[in-house]
Design a protein around this ligand. Sequence first.
Ligand code: SAM
Length: 309
Amino acid sequence: MMSKHILARLRPLTRPACRSSQPANYTTHEFHHKLQSRRYSDSPLPSPAAPAPTPPPSAKLYSKSSLNEAELKKFAAISETWWDAEGPFKPLHVMNPTRLAFIRSMLCRHFGKDPSCSRPFEGLKFVDVGCGGGILSEPLARMGAHVTGVDAVEKNIKIAQLHADLDPTTSSIDYLCTTAEKLVEEQRKFDAVLALEVIEHVADPADFCKSLSALTESGGAILISTINRSMRAYATAIVVAEYVLRWLPAGTHDWSSFLTPEELVLIFQRASISVQEMAGFVYNPLTGRWSLSDDIGVNFIAYGTKNRE
Ligand SMILES: C[S@@+](CC[C@H](N)C(=O)[O-])C[C@H]1O[C@@H](n2cnc3c(N)ncnc32)[C@H](O)[C@@H]1O
């Protein structure tokens, strides 16, 4: 089920922390070209000769806003439909059991919990960044985690709170209208940090991952899911999902904002996160179901650990 060999394929693209700041099998020119052709970071390019200087611990690293106002407006416009299983968030509802299976399995292994237990995450603090209406936060709370759900759209948080209050097992979720970087400023820390289908909507994915890393306890877990910047993703996640099947409002996704798995691994590395596993989510149009797969060509999820200080 899990994709160890996917990581093995990706690993040559990554670099050991103390060596040159370019991936081992890229030439300097190729690496710089790759970075320059992406619009996810306007930070200075790493020099192949010298590693980037480490800022002093007192430096305020995470103050850059992750907000992309145009993206947030799209979510505010459909916030009342979060729990409509046939509405614009239908793909997330249908995908939820599959992504939860991966998350549960990775986090039970990470924290040494019994996966057959009904509430394996009792006593652990999780944050769900970009929680929307709480589609992921709620099952995590039912599995025993103390969940903080944060979203930049106030209407989403109101809907999430109203829905969670309907059930005593989810009413303990702390919903906050805020951002990851603001939680970092408040020096909040969590055992696990999750951001599913959010990174493609933020202003700067690299800064966003630094904030997620800063929110994670040393040795803690980070999970991100997103869409690959592949031609297949353009054809399926945009053309088919938005324009043919009309699952999502047209314009929900901007293909150029997607990250490839290799880019995510690099961004994670620079944020002191080591990717441990990756898996793809594959949709079967005949059954209408998603399943876990080694195919990370379209939808994929990455589980990483925060490097120990
Ligand atoms: C596609 S939805 C994913 C919702 C949820 N994570 C899930 O998978 O069920 C993306 C969510 O991220 C939120 N969002 C986008 N940018 C954000 C940011 N910079 N900080 C916090 N939330 C953000 C949006 O408001 C929206 O609710």
